[in-house]
Design a protein around this ligand. Structure first.
Ligand code: ADP
Length: 192
């Protein structure tokens, strides 16, 4: 199953994706994690990306598209994947569609984790303390929220128009949210 996971910063996409990996045995592809790894390795691309992510802006589409294409060309995606953090604007959504079409593996399902903005701020403040992500600084978070509302929220509508989107409520214990997502995927698999 090929799944696109959508939701604002702090909505728990990464946590949920990791839980799905255990349940479903398909790889989790997180563009945020790929970018943070590149920055940690100190590659030119990683350092360039870090300057952008630390401001809460989006890394240019062509860089992201190359990164995703490279990742999707590996053998481990044969049985599916969970995409987390991509696509993040309409241009990326269109480019992903074309890429998956070309690779003969169209997306099966998009899940949007729906959550109260107040809760997001609380969660990110907690994560900033625990993980020390430099893009979790208050001013950066505010900008990431704005970028999300302006550029990424329309991506959910894009998948809704294609009949692929399901909204899942993102509040409550993480196990409960995971169950909600799994039940959506099971229903989808049964009707596919
Ligand atoms: P979150 O979803 O909590 O904002 P991520 O780990 O997904 O965190 O992403 C962190 C940052 O990495 C984003 O704010 C952005 O700057 C950059 N990034 C990740 N994915 C993309 C993408 N598809 N396009 C452009 N920038 C991206």
């Amino acid at each position: 199953m090929r799944i696109v996971l959508l939701g604002p910063p702090g909505s728990g996409k990464g946590t949920q994706a990791s839980m799905l990996v255990e349940q479903m045995g398909i790889p989790h592809i997180s563009t945020g994690a790929l970018l943070r790894n590149a920055a940690k390795r100190g590659t030119a691309l990683g350092l360039q990306a870090k300057a952008i992510t630390d401001k809460g802006e989006l890394v240019p589409d062509d860089i992201m598209s190359d990164m995703i294409e490279e990742r999707l060309s590996r053998d481990d995606v044969a049985n599916g994947f969970i995409l987390d953090g991509y696509p993040r604007n309409l241009a990326q959504a269109r480019s992903l569609d074309a890429m998956l079409e070309r690779l003969n593996m169209p997306a099966d399902e998009a899940i949007h984790i729906d959550i109260d903005p107040e809760e997001l701020i609380k969660r990110i403040a907690k994560r900033a303390k625990e993980e020390g992500r430099t893009d979790d600084a208050v001013a950066t978070v505010r900008n990431r929220m704005r970028v999300y509302a302006e550029q990424t929220a329309p991506v959910a509508d894009y998948y809704a128009e294609r009949g692929l989107l399901t909204q899942v409520l993102g509040d409550g214990p993480k196990e409960e949210i995971s169950q909600r997502i799994l039940s959506v995927l099971n229903t989808q698999a049964a009707t596919a």
